[in-house]
Design a protein around this ligand. Sequence first.
Ligand code: NAD
Length: 505
Amino acid sequence: MNPPERSTTPTDQAGWQALAAQLTLEGRGYVDGAYQWASSNETFACISPVNGRELAQIASCDQADAELAVAAARKAFESGIWSQLAPAKRKDFLLRFADLIAAHADELALLETLDMGKPIGHARTVDVPATVRAIRWTAEAIDKVYGELAATPHNQIGMISREPMGVVAAIVPWNFPMIMASWKIAPALATGNSVILKPSEKSPLTAIRLAALAEQAGIPAGVFNVLPGYGHTVGQALALHMDVDCLVFTGSTNVAKQLMIYAGQSNMKRVWLEAGGKSPNIVFADAPDLKKAAAEAASAIAFNQGEVCTAGSRLLVEESIRAEFIGLIREALKTWRPGHPLDPETTCGAIVDQAQLDRIIEYIGIGQSEGATLVEGGKRVMEDTGGLFVQPTVFDGVKNGMRIASEEIFGPVLSVIGFRTTEEAINIANDSIYGLAAAVWTSNINTAYRVAKALRAGSVWINHYDGGDMTAPFGGFRQSGNGRDKSLHAFDKYTEIKATWLVIE
Ligand code: NAD
């Protein structure tokens, strides 16, 4: 049993630690309305990057569990218990689900922090509220979306309607485990599908907990299932499954490509992919407020330890202000020093696991050997805690062809690249396999619009970084993926369009 929800959120590290000590962690998957261990009884250890300690044993689901979950999801879908419910009724269930998540905000934030290392302050004020908002917004929208009537001759009716796909498998990453899950499960459920959520093996705890809250909200058995486990086992089994109609994914570009192959090798299931990025943040000398631009550039690389798909990891700065701007960034990064993730004052937490930390440290070495100048950070810190921490790091004098500028590091490592003309800035920004996001800072409306239009990216921000809310679609150009999460566009992923034509005798 988990402790009853506290009426007051802890205000210091000791308070969060006391709450953590009371938690009983669930490690089982959730299939057909019940928590259960993997059919094989295999488990794996869930290790906290905060201190290196084991949090729980987690069910290591595989093909056999995928079979059970898909069968349960299909049965629920065909029964109509959810798929044929009026959208307004599904809305009610989803709003209850969102309310329960909000009511368990402290517990869920704590699970996210312990599991993947992000600061508790952010988990509590960003991850949980954003998850609640995503589910509420989507639920509120679903009974306000209409079909179409075609422009027919007078004796005919052409109805264009949307129908749920059926069984949706959602495979999500570890950097924002709940938010990424909510962007998939909310529109998938709202449109009447049955869902199987596969969290990352690095961050399964909140997804597992959400299953109980969905049950408490009254979502029927089989409609929402959670299968923890590895990508190459249960993830692959879902992606290759002949009875999964739609596969939605957030994660790396390499795995995204593999999923397209699996779909081609199996049943041509619909595949929607949100993948990696190497987003350019372009600062012109006439930016309205250089200090603000620097503060947001620092946040764009240090927030969530840089483990953000839209991280502003390539900072393009007009040469005339480059030295000054680097000074401002270094100043701004003083507020992003690594600290204990359970301290509410901490802004920069732990890196998710040893492999990711090793990758970041390796890239810092690569940057130095490529000839870039390390001007800030670059070291692992707080090793005595048993946790995995690295300093936010800045390289100056980076060329866009260097590996630190072209490959996604997924850590707090910033590459600063100088430019002289608007054309040069656009060319450097677009010289990437990715196209997830970009920002431009300038006081000139013509420059702002010209650059925004030329950038090959799914989101472009003008004079700020990382704007938008549930009303704005989110996704990538190029190898950053296809399809869009959030907004009404998200419904496109989870519905087939049907044209029904009636000729009146
Ligand atoms: P990842 O691709 O390694 O894993 C993502 C998920 O895919 C995990 O659940 C994993 O178990 C699963 N998986 C791995 N191999 C699989 C396989 N062969 N078959 C089926 N499933 C498999 O990514 P990650 O390391 O968890 O997350 C980091 C990546 O996610 C970064 O590249 C980042 O840019 C990207 N990301 C993108 C967005 C976006 O919206 N575009 C958001 C967040 C993260």
